[in-house]
Design a protein around this ligand. Sequence first.
Ligand code: UDP
Length: 316
Amino acid sequence: MRVLITGGAGFLGSHLCDRFLAEGHTVIAMDNLITGSTDNIAHLAGNPNFKFIQHDVTEYIYVEGDLDAILHFASPASPIDYLELPIQTMKVGALGTHKALGLAKAKGARFLLASTSEAYGDPLVHPQTEDYWGNVNPIGPRGVYDEAKRFAEALTMAYHRYHGVDTRIVRIFNTYGPRMRLGDGRVVPNFIAQALTGKPLTVYGDGSQTRSFCYVSDLVEGIYRLWHSDEVYPVNIGNPVEMTILQFAQKVVEVTESSSEIIMVQPKDERTKDDPKVRKPDISKARRVLGWEPKVSLDEGLRKTIPDFARRLNIG
Ligand code: UDP
């Protein structure tokens, strides 16, 4: 297959490039490098089956030749990014999805949308099942991401129903692993970098809010299976092991053997406004439809992630 991955120089996009190449496919990665980095795909330079195109997918996308698959992963993905890049976040979720779907229609390619647990907002149903419609504040700082992704899901279903485009939608829950951007402001890079440099781990609020963290190889396997399945409606992919952010901070200190303290802070900007109080995927559907469930424990995943952060922080 010939595969286009938008956001291909990002954290998830670059791991998907690796997977599709490993399965023997030809991969074109497209990225405007606002939050992605060519460092993430540097190891693929010179691979005859790989090509990188720097392009902003909110503009008309031109790709020469046939395409069998489009995986639309371009988007800022951190609450700090939403504060700093609110319009780009909306544009890539809305206009970028429109361009990528138009390309899928023109090429007869299967289209897979990277959607998000943020589609559920600050959820009133717990754990989150795919049939829950969500609790999103459209005018809050996170609304730019949540609403763009909800629009993207609606547009994907419209292209499926009206144009017969072959589509898939994955709702991705918190994922971590090597290549997450240092300083992207999310909890995993923050805590690991803080623990490795002996700085205090900054728990926002009282740390009682919960998340469930999925290691990137598990996520990629789930997406690869969804890609090959017949399931058109959204599927949650994430790790259902839920913990509080305070517990997560303690886990990072333990695994890094850090002497850092854990402090509770209240950021002055709006990054924690509408911060979901709980989040945990119900993965019954992924188990049933894809025969998928995560395999990598948090301890193991952190141990695989920490050396990559240490290298980039020039530690050790
Ligand atoms: N968080 C924190 N300290 C940090 C960064 C994040 O306590 O230095 C919290 C944040 O308030 C949220 C959770 O960790 O409750 C996960 O935040 P993240 O930015 O990783 O992504 P989200 O799951 O909110 O999209």
